[in-house]
Design a protein around this ligand. Structure first.
Ligand code: ACO
Length: 335
């Protein structure tokens, strides 16, 4: 049988080499929205929202803060932090669940605007698990030598798909974008991914109708929060522990825990189940940013690094989970 060469970029350290995060960047919309601003529409209180979710405020995008502009801003910061020229990017993977323009892919328009002329670009739909799935794809591409550098982006305008009067979700979701550059490395910087989808829970988080199928009525996202909360504890917390074992990192040695920023109670309970010690910084970006779906993990990482709670060379456990239901987790070394 004939064989073929498998790696395009073996000379850059790709084939047989390793991958790592080279830089992280985020974009936060300007408008800060406090709990009190939302209460009247959902018959709630500031106290209820903070007690049940930990959220005090979030950011809502203005009309000119589009998915494209936010993704571009976050990507530009990540590239600058990584010291990578856009022309050195071979692949852009953009995760989003709130893109209303289905085609052309947003990733292609972002690559074009950045000047990433050599890059292939794909959009990825895995809701709040999207960013960790995208990191896994990026890492595999770099390690296999099919890409030198991969730009991973999570961008969301959840305010476009969440109904302001929906009591179960209007106070949780928000807007923003985060990005990172994944490139080659001499030592492993991104651990094995632990991932799974469970379609038995597909009704727990879904749109009310397909686009264009509802006689002019707009589809909105609906969520069975209580069911997802239990699933996160029963299924995702053990998967997070498995990702630590797979990377051979003990809870005591973990530098930072950065789960999807869905709810502070979920974050705290997961940290407890993992047996994390006082040396591990636990991301709490949800308090000020709400749930920004695929953007929440890079935004939370950016905050930890900016505030000095975690530093370059520290290990961080990332855990994305959400609609599908769907999860992906891996340990990374911070840039
Ligand atoms: N304001 C005031 N009261 C409310 C509100 C509200 N906005 N919403 C519900 N309540 C009431 C309920 O009616 C209920 O009253 P009852 O006890 O008299 O029946 C009570 O508060 C408790 O309601 P629960 O739904 O059980 O509240 P819970 O403690 O579960 O918190 C929440 C709700 C915050 C949504 C939580 O379940 C959650 O965060 N779930 C996980 C969400 C998640 O992780 N999603 C996945 C990722 S997102 C993605 O993929 C897009």
């Amino acid at each position: 049988m004939r064989t073929v060469r498998t790696a395009r970029h073996a000379d850059t350290g790709g084939a047989g080499g390793h991958s790592r995060i080279l830089g992280i960047g985020g974009y936060r919309p300007w408008r800060v929205v406090a709990n009190t601003e939302l209460c009247a529409a959902i018959d709630s209180t500031d106290e209820w929202i903070e007690t049940r979710s930990g959220i005090r405020e979030r950011r809502f995008a203005a009309p000119d803060e589009t998915l494209h502009s936010m993704a571009l801003a976050a990507a530009g910061k990540a590239l600058a932090a990584a010291g990578v020229d856009p022309r050195e990017i071979d692949l852009v993977v953009l995760a989003s669940m709130s893109q209303l323009d289905q085609t052309p892919p947003l990733s292609v328009r972002v690559a074009q605007a950045l000047g990433a002329r050599a890059a292939a670009a794909i959009d990825l739909s895995a809701a709040c698990a999207g960013f960790c799935h995208a990191i896994a794809i990026a890492s595999d591409a770099v390690r296999a030598g099919s890409a030198r550098n991969v730009l991973v982006i999570g961008a969301e305008r959840m305010t476009d798909i969440v109904e302001r009067t929906d009591r179960g979700s209007a106070f949780l979701f928000a807007d923003g974008a985060g990005a990172m550059v994944v490139g080659s490395a001499a030592a492993p910087g991104i651990g094995p991914v632990v991932r799974r989808a469970d379609g038995a829970y597909s009704e727990a988080l879904r749109m009310t109708a397909p686009w264009g199928d509802s006689a002019g009525a707009r589809p909105w996202m609906r969520m069975d929060g209580r069911r997802i909360f239990r699933w996160a504890m029963d299924e995702v917390a053990p998967a997070a522990a498995e990702a630590l074992r797979a990377a051979d990192v003990s809870p005591a040695d973990l530098g930072a825990f950065v789960p999807h920023q869905a709810n502070l109670r979920i974050i705290d309970l997961m940290a407890e189940r993992l047996g994390l010690g006082p040396r591990t910084a636990v991301a709490q970006d949800v308090v000020r940013m709400g749930n920004t779906s695929a953007a929440s993990i890079p935004l939370a990482l950016e905050t930890l690094l900016a505030e000095g709670q975690a530093g370059s060379g520290d290990t961080a456990l990332l855990v994305g989970f959400g609609a599908g239901l769907n999860y992906a987790a891996q340990v990374v070394v911070l840039p």
